[in-house]
Design a protein around this ligand. Structure first.
Ligand code: SAM
Length: 162
């Protein structure tokens, strides 16, 4: 369940209908050193501690080929967030911002993203650096660094072959 913390000055919560099922499937779990928000970094650093991404059994074949990449994009579900604030006042800031102007975990669909460095793969577990989430956070998806998928230049003379 979300965290229904007290509102801070300037914050605005809205009444939200119970959710429809968006059909998201948790495909694993993130294991990090952080069990409370105070200790958890606000953004991960690739020189941070080793963290472990556990991929659930049916999805392990989906890791094939991932070892070729140094940088991965991880998408996760910030499961302990409240989801009804449209304006927020960050903890260490007196100003109030619209939710979409922040990378706060408090958002209508609390998806977090991090670019991480792949350290090694141990079967169904990826050891990575660069996460910023609480221990046990559900994993939504893993994608290779998008730059690695830039279209390759066609081989020289390719247009003459066909
Ligand atoms: N890097 C991600 C992004 O930019 O989308 C997340 C950034 S968010 C500012 C990171 C913060 O979310 C952490 O410092 C912690 O306070 C909070 N957080 C981490 N894991 C969470 C979880 N499972 N549920 C709710 N809040 C979480």
């Amino acid at each position: 369940m979300g965290e229904d913390r007290d509102l801070r000055p300037g914050e605005l919560a809205i009444g939200v209908e119970p959710l429809d099922d968006a059909g998201l499937r948790f495909v694993g779990r993130l294991h990090t050193p952080w069990t409370d928000r105070e200790a958890c970094p606000r953004q991960g650093r690739q020189d941070g501690p080793d963290c472990r991404i556990e991929v659930f059994a049916p999805w392990v074949p989906a890791l094939d080929g991932l070892g070729e990449f140094e940088t991965l994009e991880i998408l996760y579900w910030l499961d302990r967030s409240r989801r009804d604030l449209v304006r927020q006042t960050p903890r260490h800031d007196d100003r109030t911002y619209g939710t979409f102007a922040l990378r706060s975990p408090v958002r209508p669909n609390p998806i977090g993203t991090a670019m991480v460095r792949l350290v090694r793969i141990e079967g169904p577990v990826l050891v990575v650096r660069g996460l910023d989430c609480l221990d046990g956070t559900p994993l939504l998806d893993i994608k290779p660094d998008r730059c690695a998928y830039s279209p390759k230049a066609p081989p020289k003379g390719a247009d003459e072959i066909a």
